[in-house]
Design a binder for this molecule. Structure first.
Ligand code: KIV
Ligand code: ZN
Length: 506
């Protein structure tokens, strides 16, 4: 019987540390629901001591999500561990994940602690966590650059103190696969009580080797992989969940005789959800979930795939939830069909009120467009369901531009419940629209990033706009979709401003 590799998803914690990828409480909850569908084993929901908001997000997930273990991060101190437990305690098999650096560089410059002090603190912290739960993970931060015998010493001691998962992170993404695999083997061969714990790895992608290092670790006995959807995370990101899972599935028995419980058909919807919520667009040539991952451009390849798919495809797109006949519904589709499609796309059962709003928007758009694609429906769901309360709402927009006219925009908004309108000039119609919105909302935020792309093909496609804006050190993303790109841009800007407002109010 093949052994199980546990999938520990840290999209909500390490993934969110990606600059600009912050998520609000509703978005985190929605993503946690999707991760349960994907059947990850552990959801790391956040770092409760980082902020009151983080605490609330972890608590909301622990209180309400069932079907996965919920973990929370804590430094090795009493306050962090108590806080983590306070947020987690109503969860299903909650896990306290405590960490302390073990490398000379970190101990000397960051912690200013000796080896003896680190060992003592790690043991004391795990003992403290053990008062609350038997499900304790200990991470030796920067383990891959630590003295291996010291890591063995710490791991042995924390197992005796109650740790059940030992995580060996490549915090700086410095390791090479053979070397990393050999370190995992060394741990197994040199820690006498290692059979009482699961060895985990947590790799960063600074050299593009996070997935390769994680696989090398599995080959050598690791049985938990920490990863994020789309490889989201600090700097160059973390191990991409979809790449590890699909490698193990596509090459069975080659890495090791192992399997995961991931329902792979939910991979693509989860990837879309993460990229829409965070505004972190997936690069088109990204393995497994990139827009081009299953496209065949060259004539020879197309011919081969038409004759026999396996000539150039090692994965069936359906296995990761990419449907190949993508035209989904038309203007005659009924409410039931829309509801079923939304469920199939991984967005779960919408409430009656939400479904009514989505259905009305879908019908209106289907009247304008010839073909409606899954992405069109998704964009509407994202817009209607996954958003914070509207402090600012677009009521009306007229923008004018042309090769000879001065770009102008007239905008009417609901601003905290009151109608306001103004007109503005700009370098182009989007600039004019943004100036008018800025004037009406009184925002002092800075636009850091703006991108516009087409959701599907054709001139009648919806435009999708992503913005990243910053105010007082807080960075948020906003997204908006509409067949009219100026309206899409206005919606994206307003979503971002609503998020900033939401953060301010909290
Ligand atoms: O990269 C890292 O070392 C971490 C730990 C907290 C596990 O994220
Ligand atoms: Zn990390």
């Amino acid at each position: 019987m093949s052994e199980k590799v546990f999938i520990f998803d840290t999209t909500l914690r390490d993934g969110e540390q990606s600059p600009g990828a912050s998520m609000n409480i509703h978005e985190k909850f929605r993503l946690a629901q999707q991760l349960v569908k994907l059947k990850v084993d552990v959801i790391e929901a956040g770092f409760p001591t980082a902020s009151a908001g983080d605490f609330e997000c972890v608590k909301n997930i622990a209180d309400n999500i069932r079907g996965a273990q919920i973990a929370a991060l804590a430094r090795c101190n009493v306050k962090d561990i108590d806080n983590a437990w306070a947020a987690l305690k109503n969860g299903e098999n909650p896990r306290i994940h405590t960490f302390l650096a073990t490398s000379e560089i970190h101990m000397k410059h960051k912690l200013r602690l000796s080896r003896e002090q680190v060992l003592e603190l790690a043991v004391a912290s795990v003992r403290h966590a053990a008062k609350y739960t038997g499900n304790i993970e200990f991470s030796a931060e920067d383990a891959s650059r630590s003295d291996l015998d010291f890591v063995c010493q710490v791991f042995r001691a924390v197992i005796d103190a109650g740790a059940t998962t030992l995580n060996f992170p490549d915090t700086t993404g410095y390791a090479l696969p053979d070397e990393f695999g050999a370190k995992i083997r060394y741990l197994i061969e040199n820690i006498p009580n290692i059979d009482k714990a699961v060895i985990s790895v947590h790799c960063h992608n600074d050299l593009g080797l996070a997935v390769a290092n994680s696989l090398a670790a599995i080959s050598n006995g690791a049985r938990q992989v920490e990863c994020t959807v789309n490889g989201l995370g600090e700097r160059a990101g973390n191990t991409a969940l979809e790449e590890v899972v699909m490698t193990l599935r596509t090459r069975p028995g080659q890495v090791a005789d192992v399997h995961t419980d991931i329902v792979t058909e939910h991979i693509y919807p989860t990837s879309r959800l993460v990229s829409t919520i965070t505004g972190m667009v997936v690069q088109p040539n990204k393995a497994i979930v990139g827009a081009n991952a299953f496209l065949h451009e060259s004539g020879i390849h197309q011919d081969g795939v038409l004759k026999e798919r396996s000539t150039y495809e090692i994965i069936n797109p359906k296995d990761v939830g990419i449907s190949t006949s993508n035209i989904v519904l038309g203007k005659h589709s009924g409410r039931h069909a829309i509801r079923d499609k939304i469920k199939e796309l991984g967005y779960g059962e919408l409430g009656e009120e939400e479904l009514n709003r989505v259905f009305a928007r879908f019908k209106a758009m289907a009247d304008l467009k010839k073909e409606m694609f899954e992405e069109d429906l998704e964009a509407i769901v994202m817009d209607e369901v996954l958003r914070v309360p509207d402090s600012f709402k677009l009521l009306h927009l007229t923008a004018m531009s042309g090769s000879r006219s001065l770009p102008t925009a007239a905008v009417r908004l609901l601003v905290h419940g009151r109608e306001k309108e103004t007109a503005s000039l700009g370098i182009g119609p989007i600039d004019a629209t943004f100036r008018a919105i800025a004037q009406l909302t009184g925002t002092s935020s800075k636009l850091l990033y703006f991108s516009v792309s087409s959701i599907t093909g054709g001139t009648d496609a919806q435009g999708e706009v992503m913005v990243r804006i910053e105010d007082n050190g807080k960075v948020v993303v906003g997204q908006g979709a509409d067949p009219d790109i100026i309206t899409a841009a206005a919606k994206a800007y307003l979503t971002g401003l609503n998020r900033l407002e939401y953060l301010k109010e909290r």
